[in-house]
Design a protein around this ligand. Structure first.
Ligand SMILES: O=P(O)(O)OC[C@H]1O[C@](O)(CO)[C@@H](O)[C@@H]1O
Length: 191
Protein backbone atom coordinates (compact mmCIF):
# COMPACT_ATOMS: atom_id res chain seq x y z
CA UNK A 1 0.00 0.00 0.00
CA UNK A 2 1.29 3.45 -0.87
CA UNK A 3 2.25 5.66 2.06
CA UNK A 4 -0.16 8.23 0.61
CA UNK A 5 -3.19 5.95 0.63
CA UNK A 6 -3.54 5.86 4.41
CA UNK A 7 -3.66 9.57 5.35
CA UNK A 8 -5.64 11.49 6.40
CA UNK A 9 -9.07 10.56 4.94
CA UNK A 10 -9.92 7.03 3.76
CA UNK A 11 -11.98 6.47 0.60
CA UNK A 12 -15.23 8.13 1.56
CA UNK A 13 -18.68 8.76 0.09
CA UNK A 14 -19.49 12.43 0.52
CA UNK A 15 -23.20 13.14 0.34
CA UNK A 16 -24.01 16.23 -1.67
CA UNK A 17 -27.47 17.42 -0.63
CA UNK A 18 -28.58 19.35 -3.72
CA UNK A 19 -31.62 20.78 -1.94
CA UNK A 20 -29.91 22.20 1.15
CA UNK A 21 -26.50 22.60 -0.52
CA UNK A 22 -24.56 20.77 2.15
CA UNK A 23 -21.69 18.27 2.12
CA UNK A 24 -21.78 15.40 4.61
CA UNK A 25 -19.62 14.47 6.49
CA UNK A 26 -19.09 18.18 6.95
CA UNK A 27 -15.91 20.03 7.81
CA UNK A 28 -15.64 23.62 8.98
CA UNK A 29 -17.86 26.44 7.71
CA UNK A 30 -16.22 29.81 7.17
CA UNK A 31 -18.37 32.92 7.60
CA UNK A 32 -17.15 36.16 6.06
CA UNK A 33 -18.77 39.39 7.14
CA UNK A 34 -18.42 42.81 5.56
CA UNK A 35 -15.71 43.69 8.11
CA UNK A 36 -13.59 40.81 6.75
CA UNK A 37 -13.46 42.49 3.33
CA UNK A 38 -11.25 45.39 4.37
CA UNK A 39 -9.69 47.25 1.43
CA UNK A 40 -11.63 45.38 -1.25
CA UNK A 41 -14.59 47.61 -2.19
CA UNK A 42 -13.77 50.81 -4.06
CA UNK A 43 -15.94 52.99 -1.81
CA UNK A 44 -14.44 52.71 1.67
CA UNK A 45 -17.08 54.96 3.26
CA UNK A 46 -19.90 52.77 1.96
CA UNK A 47 -18.02 49.68 3.18
CA UNK A 48 -17.67 51.21 6.68
CA UNK A 49 -21.34 52.28 6.69
CA UNK A 50 -22.39 48.66 6.00
CA UNK A 51 -20.30 47.49 8.96
CA UNK A 52 -21.81 50.18 11.21
CA UNK A 53 -25.23 49.10 10.00
CA UNK A 54 -24.91 45.53 11.32
CA UNK A 55 -21.87 44.06 9.60
CA UNK A 56 -23.82 41.65 7.36
CA UNK A 57 -22.64 38.20 6.36
CA UNK A 58 -21.43 38.52 2.75
CA UNK A 59 -20.64 34.84 2.15
CA UNK A 60 -20.17 31.45 3.74
CA UNK A 61 -17.92 28.57 2.70
CA UNK A 62 -19.07 25.11 3.88
CA UNK A 63 -16.37 22.44 3.50
CA UNK A 64 -16.47 18.67 3.45
CA UNK A 65 -14.22 16.74 5.81
CA UNK A 66 -11.34 16.60 3.30
CA UNK A 67 -8.66 18.92 4.72
CA UNK A 68 -6.65 21.63 3.01
CA UNK A 69 -3.39 19.74 3.09
CA UNK A 70 -0.89 18.75 0.45
CA UNK A 71 -2.06 16.14 -2.11
CA UNK A 72 -5.66 16.19 -0.78
CA UNK A 73 -8.54 17.41 -2.95
CA UNK A 74 -10.92 19.43 -0.73
CA UNK A 75 -14.39 20.56 -1.76
CA UNK A 76 -16.54 23.39 -0.47
CA UNK A 77 -19.81 25.12 -1.23
CA UNK A 78 -19.64 28.90 -1.23
CA UNK A 79 -22.81 30.96 -0.95
CA UNK A 80 -22.57 34.68 -1.63
CA UNK A 81 -25.55 36.73 -0.49
CA UNK A 82 -27.03 39.26 -2.90
CA UNK A 83 -26.13 42.89 -2.36
CA UNK A 84 -24.08 45.86 -3.48
CA UNK A 85 -21.78 48.32 -1.74
CA UNK A 86 -21.96 51.67 -3.53
CA UNK A 87 -23.05 49.77 -6.64
CA UNK A 88 -20.29 47.15 -6.47
CA UNK A 89 -21.65 43.61 -6.29
CA UNK A 90 -20.91 41.57 -3.17
CA UNK A 91 -18.06 39.19 -3.74
CA UNK A 92 -15.48 36.89 -2.17
CA UNK A 93 -12.17 38.35 -1.01
CA UNK A 94 -10.38 36.67 -3.89
CA UNK A 95 -6.98 35.08 -3.71
CA UNK A 96 -4.01 33.75 -5.62
CA UNK A 97 -2.70 30.25 -4.95
CA UNK A 98 0.97 30.64 -3.92
CA UNK A 99 1.56 27.14 -5.29
CA UNK A 100 0.15 27.81 -8.75
CA UNK A 101 -2.47 25.14 -9.25
CA UNK A 102 -5.81 24.86 -11.05
CA UNK A 103 -9.27 24.74 -9.55
CA UNK A 104 -12.84 24.14 -10.74
CA UNK A 105 -16.11 25.73 -9.69
CA UNK A 106 -19.51 24.26 -10.51
CA UNK A 107 -22.46 26.69 -10.45
CA UNK A 108 -25.28 25.34 -8.27
CA UNK A 109 -27.86 28.07 -7.68
CA UNK A 110 -28.32 31.72 -8.55
CA UNK A 111 -26.17 33.71 -10.95
CA UNK A 112 -22.66 34.93 -10.51
CA UNK A 113 -19.39 35.85 -12.09
CA UNK A 114 -15.90 34.39 -11.90
CA UNK A 115 -13.26 37.08 -12.26
CA UNK A 116 -9.69 35.96 -12.95
CA UNK A 117 -6.47 37.93 -13.27
CA UNK A 118 -2.97 36.72 -14.15
CA UNK A 119 -1.23 40.01 -13.35
CA UNK A 120 -1.77 41.32 -16.89
CA UNK A 121 -4.98 40.01 -18.36
CA UNK A 122 -8.46 39.83 -16.83
CA UNK A 123 -11.07 37.22 -17.74
CA UNK A 124 -14.69 37.16 -16.62
CA UNK A 125 -16.97 34.11 -16.84
CA UNK A 126 -20.72 34.19 -16.28
CA UNK A 127 -21.65 31.43 -13.86
CA UNK A 128 -25.09 29.82 -13.81
CA UNK A 129 -26.22 26.45 -12.46
CA UNK A 130 -24.43 23.65 -14.32
CA UNK A 131 -21.57 25.84 -15.56
CA UNK A 132 -18.08 24.61 -14.70
CA UNK A 133 -15.67 27.53 -14.40
CA UNK A 134 -12.06 26.50 -14.87
CA UNK A 135 -9.36 28.50 -13.08
CA UNK A 136 -5.95 27.73 -14.60
CA UNK A 137 -2.79 27.74 -12.45
CA UNK A 138 -1.48 31.26 -11.86
CA UNK A 139 -4.80 33.10 -12.19
CA UNK A 140 -5.99 34.94 -9.07
CA UNK A 141 -9.76 34.57 -8.72
CA UNK A 142 -12.82 36.06 -7.09
CA UNK A 143 -16.53 35.15 -7.27
CA UNK A 144 -19.31 37.71 -7.45
CA UNK A 145 -23.05 37.46 -6.90
CA UNK A 146 -24.61 39.28 -9.86
CA UNK A 147 -28.23 38.36 -9.09
CA UNK A 148 -30.87 39.13 -6.49
CA UNK A 149 -30.84 35.73 -4.78
CA UNK A 150 -27.97 33.84 -3.09
CA UNK A 151 -25.36 32.54 -5.54
CA UNK A 152 -23.86 29.13 -4.66
CA UNK A 153 -21.15 27.07 -6.26
CA UNK A 154 -19.07 23.99 -5.50
CA UNK A 155 -15.28 24.41 -5.52
CA UNK A 156 -12.79 21.55 -5.88
CA UNK A 157 -9.13 22.44 -5.48
CA UNK A 158 -5.72 21.05 -4.51
CA UNK A 159 -5.38 21.11 -0.74
CA UNK A 160 -1.78 22.33 -0.79
CA UNK A 161 -2.44 25.30 -3.10
CA UNK A 162 -2.80 27.85 -0.27
CA UNK A 163 -4.52 31.25 -0.28
CA UNK A 164 -2.58 34.48 -0.85
CA UNK A 165 -4.88 37.41 -0.07
CA UNK A 166 -2.11 40.03 0.00
CA UNK A 167 -1.47 39.53 -3.71
CA UNK A 168 -5.07 40.51 -4.52
CA UNK A 169 -4.97 43.54 -2.22
CA UNK A 170 -1.81 44.69 -3.96
CA UNK A 171 -2.69 43.85 -7.57
CA UNK A 172 -6.49 43.78 -7.57
CA UNK A 173 -8.20 41.63 -10.15
CA UNK A 174 -7.93 43.99 -13.11
CA UNK A 175 -11.64 44.93 -12.99
CA UNK A 176 -14.42 45.70 -10.56
CA UNK A 177 -17.93 44.39 -11.12
CA UNK A 178 -20.80 46.84 -10.64
CA UNK A 179 -24.55 46.46 -11.04
CA UNK A 180 -25.28 47.95 -14.47
CA UNK A 181 -28.67 48.73 -16.01
CA UNK A 182 -28.76 45.47 -17.93
CA UNK A 183 -26.34 43.25 -16.02
CA UNK A 184 -22.80 43.28 -14.70
CA UNK A 185 -20.81 46.38 -15.57
CA UNK A 186 -17.06 45.70 -15.54
CA UNK A 187 -14.95 48.76 -14.83
CA UNK A 188 -11.15 49.10 -14.66
CA UNK A 189 -9.82 48.27 -11.18
CA UNK A 190 -8.25 51.68 -10.61
CA UNK A 191 -11.24 53.82 -11.74
O1 LIG B 1 -10.84 32.46 -0.02
P1 LIG B 1 -11.84 33.53 -0.41
O2 LIG B 1 -11.32 34.41 -1.50
O3 LIG B 1 -12.39 34.23 0.75
O4 LIG B 1 -13.06 32.79 -1.08
C1 LIG B 1 -13.45 31.58 -0.71
C2 LIG B 1 -13.35 30.67 -1.88
O5 LIG B 1 -12.09 30.09 -2.01
C3 LIG B 1 -12.17 28.71 -1.85
O6 LIG B 1 -11.86 28.50 -0.53
C4 LIG B 1 -11.22 27.87 -2.62
O7 LIG B 1 -10.56 28.56 -3.59
C5 LIG B 1 -13.56 28.40 -2.25
O8 LIG B 1 -14.01 27.30 -1.62
C6 LIG B 1 -14.30 29.62 -1.89
O9 LIG B 1 -15.23 29.95 -2.84
Amino acid sequence: MSAYSTVPVPPTAIRFDTRNLTLEPAGPTLVRRMSDLDGLFADREAWQAAIDDGDPVVYTVASSLVPETDRELPQSITTIHPGTTAGEFWMTKGHQHPEHQGEIYLGLRGTGGLLMFDGTETRYLEMTPDTIGYIPPGWAHRSINTGDEPYSFLAVYPGGAGHDYGWVLEHGLGKRVYAGRSGPDLRPFGS
